[in-house]
Design a protein around this ligand. Sequence first.
Ligand SMILES: CC(C)(COP(=O)(O)OP(=O)(O)OC[C@H]1O[C@@H](n2cnc3c(N)ncnc32)[C@H](O)[C@@H]1OP(=O)(O)O)[C@@H](O)C(=O)NCCC(=O)NCCS
Length: 196
Amino acid sequence: MSLTIEAVTGDELKDVLPDLARLRITVFRDWPYLYDGTEEYEREYLAKFIAAQGAVCVVARDGKKVVGASTASPMAETDEEFILPFKAAGYDVSKVFYCGESVLIGGYRGQGAGHRFFDEREAHARRLGGYEISTFCRVVRPDDHPLKPASYRPLDGFWKKRGYAPADGLVAQYPWKDIGESDETDKPLQFWTHRL
Ligand SMILES: CC(C)(COP(=O)(O)OP(=O)(O)OC[C@H]1O[C@@H](n2cnc3c(N)ncnc32)[C@H](O)[C@@H]1OP(=O)(O)O)[C@@H](O)C(=O)NCCC(=O)NCCS
């Protein structure tokens, strides 16, 4: 099973939005995201992504079927909730490049797509120019959370290998609805950073 990887930008981004929404709803249902996704939430979230100048979506395909996707855009073009902790910590937000989600269907993992997602997004940031820091965030959940699967293997080792490390104090609060909850609640998101 071999995957093809393509970086999509500009007007073509709108063509991948339905696949991106489908993948986010499917993959982020799992631990640690536990996202009870809806098309309405996705429409709003992805409308902001597609409007961002300099956005990229790296798409993984098996034949014609999109089985994975990974997004990024300049931090200044993202939500205020993400920008706030960087401003509060004194960062020049215009020099920060934000790597958003990476979502790959389970059966396709372990073939290097996760590395390619980072390679392509960081290359895109370098092409745009002017960025000094690449960052992403991951949700913080208590270790004794009842929905944490015993077999879960964290991605920390992978991210460290990519040169990223958790940045002290850079934590955003971002809302979504968890599985089993009736309303959206804010989740703490820890940023990891890496010099470009
Ligand atoms: C993140 C994700 C896209 C990576 O995809 P992938 O195809 O497994 O990535 P790669 O094959 O390039 O492997 C990346 C590293 O993760 C490791 N890895 C593979 N499967 C893993 C697993 N189940 N759990 C933890 N790490 C794993 C690999 O060993 C590899 O490390 P290496 O370079 O030392 O070999 C995929 O795991 C995924 O969709 N996860 C669920 C969503 C998520 O957590 N996204 C990240 C935050 S948005």
